[in-house]
Write a protein that binds this ligand. Structure first.
Ligand code: SAH
Length: 238
């Protein structure tokens, strides 16, 4: 029987076309994201599936300045303006996983920055409240989160030292700037049984990620990784 190769050519063409999606560029970033998750995150022992799924999904390249877009998925932090940085993907994954976020959780983030960490959490939990002290960053993060369709993230510009009282208590709290001591209002706003991850230490001294668990009203602290975060700044009094 004679069939010829023509039908196969068409099938091959359709297959290639659909795997590229709407644009070759989108596909490149998707491949970079997979590579990032496999080589930087899974390979370093992070196995919490909701975190891996969220980081495979969130387009990190849309949270950084255009001129750095080709470095979006590299293994390090990147500047986002105003002297601030978006954390290294591994650190985002580590902090997210340590909290073991669940579907029904209400999470408070201090230090919105680019909004990337908030988006990763928003993929997993019910609601994310995030506070940023640099108003321009808060506005920019809110815009991109809205454009990407995240309807469960609320951004506020202000001093995160005081948390976000109105929506407290929180199941989980994540702080992405380093204070010298854990702000008491954040411990107060943590739910009984809740968890907080926070880098603690001076700008020029050692900093460690501390995991805080609240049991019977008391904060139990566990020292995790040595890290390097931008300082937790305070708003000057009026
Ligand atoms: N989570 C961010 C990383 C931000 S870097 C991201 O995914 O991109 C830390 C951020 O904390 C900076 O934007 C900085 O302006 C902010 N910050 C520092 N001190 C703060 C404070 N007291 N309250 C709220 N945000 C603060």
């Amino acid at each position: 029987m004679k069939t010829g190769i023509f039908p196969y050519v068409i099938v091959l063409f359709l297959a290639i076309n659909s795997s590229l999606g709407l644009s070759g560029q989108t596909d490149t970033f998707e491949m970079e994201r997979k590579h990032m998750v496999n080589t930087q995150i899974r390979a370093r022992g992070i196995t919490y599936q909701p975190t891996l799924d969220a980081m495979l999904k969130v387009p990190r390249h849309l949270f950084i300045p255009d001129y750095l877009i080709n470095q979006a998925y590299r293994d390090g932090p990147l500047p986002i303006g105003y002297g601030q940085t978006i954390s290294q993907p591994y650190i985002v994954a580590y902090m997210t996983s340590v909290l073991k976020p669940e579907k029904s959780d209400k999470v408070l983030e201090i230090g919105t920055g680019s909004g990337y960490q908030a988006a990763v959490l928003a993929e997993i939990v019910d609601s994310v409240f995030t506070v940023e002290i640099v108003p321009e960053l808060a506005v920019r993060a809110e815009k991109i989160l809205k454009q990407l369709g995240y309807e469960n993230v609320w951004v506020k510009s202000g001093d995160g030292y005081f948390g976000w009282e109105e929506h407290a208590p929180y199941d989980k709290i994540i702080v992405t700037a380093a204070p010298e001591e854990i702000p008491q209002p954040l411990i107060d706003q943590l739910k009984e049984g809740g968890k907080m991850i926070i880098p603690v230490g001076g700008e020029y001294s050692y900093q460690y990620l501390i995991l805080v668990e609240k049991k019977k009203g008391k904060a139990f602290k566990k020292t995790m990784l040595p890290v390097r975060f931008v300082p937790f700044t305070r708003q000057k009094g009026e």
